[in-house]
Design a protein around this ligand. Structure first.
Ligand SMILES: [Ca+2]
Ligand SMILES: [Ca+2]
Length: 182
């Protein structure tokens, strides 16, 4: 009888332990999923920007589309549609020098108004606490011009608590390239 009670108590304790540990375990598991997906999307984004830059720098104009359209098609193709619902943003910006590229303060322009709004994060390259803008001019550039291909998106974590805590995570890639003398 005592033995039976002991076993029952042990089973109860094991159930209680499981109830306590299970949520932590699942959150950790989802965290691993999140990190894997994030890493994969980041690689995809980088490949997309590289592919776009490689094509764009040749100056080739396809028969059935404009250069700009083809560059966007390449990015969509390389990201396999995985980022289409994650705010995929493709920008080609033309710079006069590599110094201008280095000075450009990248903005995660959530509402797409080309201005910094409260809550939007940016690269504070000169460390003055404000967004100083980007000297880049939209376009895919003329021969020998420097073009930066900026591809960005945002990822929301699957892990419930972490998503509330962190919010949307910006992922991005920028590839600078000098156009060929086409
Ligand atoms: Ca904005
Ligand atoms: Ca600044």
């Amino acid at each position: 009888m005592i033995m039976w009670r002991f076993l029952k108590a042990r089973r109860g304790a094991a159930a209680l332990e499981f109830a306590l540990v299970a949520p932590v375990f699942f959150i950790l598991l989802l965290g691993v999923f999140d990190l894997s997906i994030l890493f994969f999307l980041l690689l995809t984004l980088e490949n997309a920007a590289l592919d776009a830059a490689r094509f764009g720098s040749t100056g080739a104009v396809p028969e059935d589309a404009t250069r700009d359209e083809r560059i966007r098609e390449i990015v969509h193709g390389a990201t396999m549609g995985l980022l289409d619902d994650k705010g995929l943003d493709i920008r080609m910006l033309v710079y006069q020098s590599y110094e201008d590229v280095a000075a450009a303060e990248w903005l995660f322009d959530v509402n797409g108004n080309d201005a910094h709004d409260p809550g939007e994060i940016f690269d504070d390259v000169n460390g003055n606490g404000v967004w100083d803008g980007d000297p880049g001019v939209p376009g895919s550039g003329a021969p020998n011009e420097i073009v930066v291909y900026r591809v960005s998106a945002q990822y929301r974590l699957i892990t419930p608590l972490m998503d509330d805590l962190i919010g949307a995570i910006p992922i991005r890639s920028a590839v600078p390239i000098r156009n060929e003398p086409f």
